[in-house]
Ligand binder design. Structure first.
Ligand code: B12
Ligand code: SF4
Length: 510
């Protein structure tokens, strides 16, 4: 550990949520990450410490000459003694290691990492000049780390952290910190955000973990949740203190404790009707539970992102998704009656046990398009399979020697839009890179503006026959599609996809 330099009588810890490296469908949404805000809230309970959070994705402060948040300037304005970085998304880690950490490390600031990437890659983080890595829930750990360091104590007795002593890595047990009673947590204080645009969507957590075990996913903990009353009180507090109206429920799957969820929805409906707006991730099987969907709708759940993943049974089996494509369209159409459905899909999933799919890329595209059209999704996101750190998929592909090394495909490309491994034999790297984008371009068709214009003219007719609600819903879907087509165009313009594919091919043919 470096010698602690407590700058000023009230030392400062600056939490940083690093910027997404690439344009994606979440760019432009004014939301922040719940985890680091919750940890910062906990640090803020330490008497004599100042706390601020910089979220680079919604940042309004000083910029450097390349147009990125200027940490040298931030440090000059208010020197921090500690920084805590959210390392939950691998795609942000190149910026963390290359741009953020070196600057603070050089100034003798203590650097603390938390989030899923560094949990699984602690050695990499310590090699890149992080002083401490926190594993799992960081609310108690941050309190203990900061109070211990300020009082000049040793890290040896703090559970769930990794650090180096005389170049040797110390991993204090347990391997993952889990806060079982989520009702014990203080309400997240979004007021700690500094230089931030106004939040439009507030992240809200009911529970953590997931009882399923999809191969590509890095969420491996069993599910546990806060009580309905606790979450409802928190919601009331956000509505009254921050005028929050729109919420993204960050649970991996909302429906895991139906009794608790139904109670929460009932409380929301009683007080707010459907005036608040919730976005909540669910599995497609909730289409079989009409009562629950009705309760969700009545309490203001409007949009459900659903990981349908693939209409191809071989893919679903390899993913260990726990269902087949049977009934997918039927369930999607039921969900559509209640919500806007955002479908998350994975193209070209590598098959288990060296099985090779006989299906050509062209046939896969045809199947995906058919499924998307038949299911009438409001929005879609086509991703490539990502060998995420901590997932069984990464372990399998690593064992097969198929993951491109970081010098060919760096962490910044781990956002679902790039090929990260050598695909199955029936697909070339170029096809895996390009075909999902072809499906996105087909769905987010720039010519949708013609449909929008025609529909605008047809509005009076729909009013006359009393079907204006149908008109409105189609109109909004088309506007979103058109917006999506513009975003896609911007993304394509920025990418040098052919250079990227060329790099992959050189590696494959080496
Ligand atoms: C909500 C969510 C989103 C939201 C918001 C993202 C955000 N960062 O908040 C949205 C929809 C935007 C999103 C987008 C994506 N996501 Co996402 N998302 C989640 C989800 C479901 C919940 C995150 C959350 O808020 N959890 C609740 C909080 C309380 O927990 P937490 O974040 O882990 O924080 C705790 C600890 O980690 C720790 N901690 C966190 N920060 C810090 C900092 C310090 C200093 C300390 C000490 C501790 C600490 O303490 C916290 C409190 O206990 C997770 C799955 C999961 N369960 O983690 C996936 C997850 C983070 N997402 C994932 C992915 C892959 C994506 C996408 C790439 C998918 C895509 N293609 O669109 C994009 C990212 C786009 C990009 N540019 O890269 C992966 C990330 C894996 C990885 N290694 O990169 C996850 C883990 C899911 C998975 N399939 O495995 N996501
Ligand atoms: S992908 Fe969804 S259902 Fe599957 S393990 Fe992850 S969180 Fe659970």
């Amino acid at each position: 550990m470096k010698n602690l330099d407590l700058k000023g009588s009230w030392p400062l810890i600056r939490f940083i949520i690093p910027m997404y490296p690439e344009l994606n469908i979440y760019s432009g949404t004014m939301i922040t990450s719940l985890g680091p805000i919750s940890v910062a809230t906990s640090a803020d309970k330490i008497m004599g410490l100042r706390v601020e959070v910089i979220d680079e994705n919604i940042y309004t402060g000083p910029l450097d000459q390349d147009g990125f948040p200027d940490h040298a300037k931030l440090q000059e304005e208010s020197p921090a003694s500690f920084i805590g970085i959210y390392c939950g998304l691998s795609s942000t880690m190149d910026r963390v290691y290359k741009k953020i950490i070196p600057l603070y490390h050089e100034k003798g600031v203590v650097t603390i990492a938390g989030g899923r990437h560094t949990h699984y890659m602690a050695e990499e983080a310590l090699d890149n000049n992080f002083d401490i890595v926190v594993h799992g829930n960081g609310e108690h750990a941050i309190y203990e780390i900061l109070t211990t360091l300020i009082q000049g104590g040793s890290l040896n007795n703090i559970p769930g952290i990794s650090f180096r002593e005389e170049e040797k890595t110390i991993n204090n047990p347990p391997s993952t910190l889990v806060i079982q009673n989520l009702d014990d947590l203080p309400y997240p204080n979004f007021g700690l955000l500094k230089y931030a645009k106004k939040l439009e969507v507030y992240p809200l957590g009911i529970g953590q973990g997931c009882g399923h075990h999809c191969e590509f996913c890095s969420v491996n903990e069993p599910y546990h949740c806060a009580s309905a009353e606790h979450v409802f009180n928190l919601l009331n507090w956000l509505v009254s203190t921050r005028k929050a109206k729109k919420f993204f429920i960050v649970d991996d799957r909302l429906e895991q404790n139906p009794k608790n969820l139904s109670h929460f929805l009932e409380l929301v409906k009683e007080k707010y009707g459907d005036k608040l707006h919730f976005i909540a991730q669910v599995r497609m099987e909730i289409a079989d539970n009409i009562k629950l969907m009705e309760a969700m709708r009545a309490a203001g759940v409007r949009t459900v992102p659903v990981g349908f993943e693939s209409p191809i049974d071989e893919d679903l089996k390899s993913m260990n998704k726990g269902y087949t494509s049977k009934d997918m369209v039927r369930r999607a159409l039921i969900l559509k009656k209640y919500f806007d459905v955002h479908a998350m899909l994975i193209f070209g999933y590598p098959k288990v046990d060296g099985e090779q799919s006989k299906m050509s890329g062209k046939e896969m595209v045809r199947r995906f398009k058919w499924f998307i059209k038949a299911s009438e999704f409001s929005t879609i996101q086509m991703m490539k399979p990502m060998p995420l750190v901590g997932s069984d998929l990464r372990i399998r592909l690593e064992a097969e020697g198929r993951i491109f090394p970081l010098k060919v495909v760096p962490w910044s490309k781990y956002d679902g839009n790039y090929v990260c491994f050598i695909p199955d034999n029936n697909l070339t790297s170029e096809e895996l890179q390009k075909l999902p984008i072809e499906i996105m371009s087909w769905f987010y068709n720039p010519l949708t503006w013609i449909k929008i214009s025609v529909n605008a003219l047809a509005f009076p007719v729909y009013c006359l026959i009393g079907k204006w609600k149908i008109w409105y819903s189609n109109f909004i879907d088309d506007l979103i599609k058109y917006g999506g087509s513009r975003l896609l165009k911007k993304w394509k313009r920025k990418q040098q996809i052919n250079d990227f594919i060329h790099k992959l091919e050189i590696y494959v043919n080496r």
